[in-house]
Structures are given as structure tokens and as C-alpha cells.
Ligand binder design. Structure first.
Ligand SMILES: Nc1nc2c(ncn2[C@@H]2O[C@H](COP(=O)(O)OP(=O)(O)OP(=O)(O)O)[C@@H](O)[C@H]2O)c(=O)[nH]1
Ligand SMILES: [Zn+2]
Length: 246
């Protein structure tokens, strides 16, 4: 059994005593005090992905086998001929893709290590990592969200490798998501990792659940942002927006 909650700065859930952060069997991964405040704003809810506390009691291989079985049933109910040589392997392909690829960010073991370095360069301005392309999936319809994340921080004496910012974005994107939560999860992780509050995250994304179905709007996009610390200052925020071309 995997020991989640021990391998990551931001465990998906942690073992807590009765009912702490848990409602209706849905377990959130921080205690109430930590989740009630984001930056200076009270949002009164958890930004953690709602997971059941027994989520890691079966192995990834067992998850693949179970999803394969269920996805085969879905295809069968749709009337597809599962003896067709092109369709035969699809239940396994989908299951493997869910567990090992597009939802791999549900497993805290996959959180990238982001080693801190001293800011020996004495670079004290904002650092912007912009145009980070990501693919996520909307948790309401399980169809893609495709977008760009723009992330900035001002060093508090520590820096991380640039690629680790991209990797953190990918890690949180590889979960069933809503864009608001994705934005806050990236920001909160970076605050902890970089030990600073001076973080900005802006996400500009297209939701296929809005374009390929439902309202079928192909031109709209969704923008979400999180500013904390020095980025609440309009001048700093505007500098960030200018760098990312907004
Ligand atoms: N807030 C938020 N909503 C999202 C996100 N992705 C998709 N949605 C919306 O989630 C909503 C789900 O609404 P429902 O009315 O339950 O589902 P539905 O009947 O399929 O809705 P339609 O998409 O309008 O057909 C839709 O309005 C989606 O556009 C997201 O990242 N954040
Ligand atoms: Zn959706």
C-alpha cells in the first residue's frame, strides 16, 4: 500500500483524526485552519482535490484493471463490438491513460521534487515563467481543458529550477479539475515550496465541455488568477500582466 501524505509537500490527503477536514466521506488534505484562508481572502472551502480516504488502498495496477473492466462495460452498453481488433485494446488503453498519464497527478508520489537553491545571484525582481502549455480534464465532463499558465514569484532568498515550475503546473493539471482550483493549487504549492507569499498565477484556458458540447461556444476562453503578497500591489500586478502580454 502506498503511503500517501508522506512524499509530498502537498499531500493529497493526510491521516487525520475524526472528521478533520472531512465531510460526507470526502476527505480534504489540509486541516481546516489551513484551507480556510487563501492569501488574505477567506474562501471558506478547501482547494484540495476531494479524495476518499481509502484512495490509495489499492495499487495502480489494480486501478487499471478495474477501470478497464468498467470501461469495457461502457463500450459494450454503447453497442460497440469489442471483438473488433481496433476496439479490443481500448478499455485497457483508456484505463492506463487515466491512471498513469492524464490523472497521474492524483498520486502524491508523482509530485515533482523542487529543490531549493540559494538566491546567490541577488536577483530580487519578479521571475515570470509564462506560456506554460498544459492539458487538464474538466471534472464535470471528463473532457479536456487546454490552456496556458503564467506563473511569477519574487524570491525570498530561495530559488527553484525553472523547469520545476512547469512540472508543478503539469502535476496539478493531471487531475480532474476546475480551473479555479487548478489556479489556487499551483499558487499554494509554490508559496510553500518557495517559502514566499509573493506569487502570481494566471491561467487562460479553453474548456472542451463548453466548445465541443453543451453550449458549443468555440470562441470563449476562461481566465483565472491568483495574486498574493507583493502581487496584490497594483504596480507589481501590472508589471506581471505586461510581461505575459495581458
Ligand atoms: N466554475 C467552473 N465551471 C466549469 C469548469 N469547467 C466546466 N465548468 C462548468 O461546469 C458546469 C456544469 O454544469 P451542469 O449544468 O451541471 O452540467 P451540464 O448540464 O452538462 O451543463 P452545460 O455545459 O451547460 O450543458 C458547466 O456550466 C460547465 O461549463 C471550471 O473549470 N470551472
Ligand atoms: Zn466540463
Amino acid at each position: 500500500m502506498k503511503q500517501n501524505g508522506t512524499l509530498s509537500n502537498t499531500p493529497l490527503f493526510k491521516e487525520t483524526s475524526a472528521n478533520n477536514g472531512s465531510t460526507n466521506g470526502v476527505h480534504h488534505d489540509r486541516d481546516i485552519q489551513e484551507v480556510e484562508y487563501i492569501g488574505d481572502e477567506h474562501i471558506g472551502t478547501s482547494y484540495d482535490t476531494p479524495m476518499r480516504s481509502d484512495a490509495f488502498e489499492i495499487s495502480e495496477d489494480e486501478k487499471v484493471a478495474k477501470i478497464e473492466e468498467h470501461f469495457r462495460s461502457i463500450m459494450d452498453i454503447l453497442g460497440l463490438d469489442l471483438t473488433d481488433d481496433s476496439l479490443q485494446g481500448t478499455p485497457y488503453r483508456v484505463a492506463k491513460m487515466y491512471v498513469k498519464e492524464v490523472f497521474s497527478g492524483l498520486n502524491p508520489e508523482n509530485r515533482p521534487d523542487a529543490k531549493l537553491f540559494e538566491n546567490k545571484y541577488k536577483y530580487n525582481e519578479m521571475l515570470v515563467e509564462k506560456d506554460i502549455t498544459f492539458y487538464s480534464n474538466c471534472e464535470h465532463h471528463f473532457v479536456p481543458i487546454i490552456g496556458k499558465a503564467h506563473v511569477a514569484y519574487i524570491s525570498n532568498g530561495k530559488v527553484i529550477g525553472l523547469s520545476k515550475i512547469n512540472r508543478l503546473v503539469q502535476y496539478y493539471a493531471k487531475r480532474p479539475q476546475v480551473q479555479e482550483r487548478l489556479t489556487v493549487q499551483i499558487a499554494e504549492d509554490l508559496k510553500k515550496t518557495l517559502q514566499t507569499d509573493d506569487i502570481a498565477v494566471l491561467i487562460d484556458a479553453k474548456h472542451l465541455c463548453v466548445s465541443m458540447r453543451g453550449v458549443e461556444d468555440i470562441s470563449s476562453a476562461t481566465v483565472t488568477a491568483h495574486y498574493s503578497g507583493k502581487f496584490k500591489d497594483p504596480e507589481t500586478k501590472n508589471e506581471f500582466l505586461k510581461y505575459i502580454g495581458q
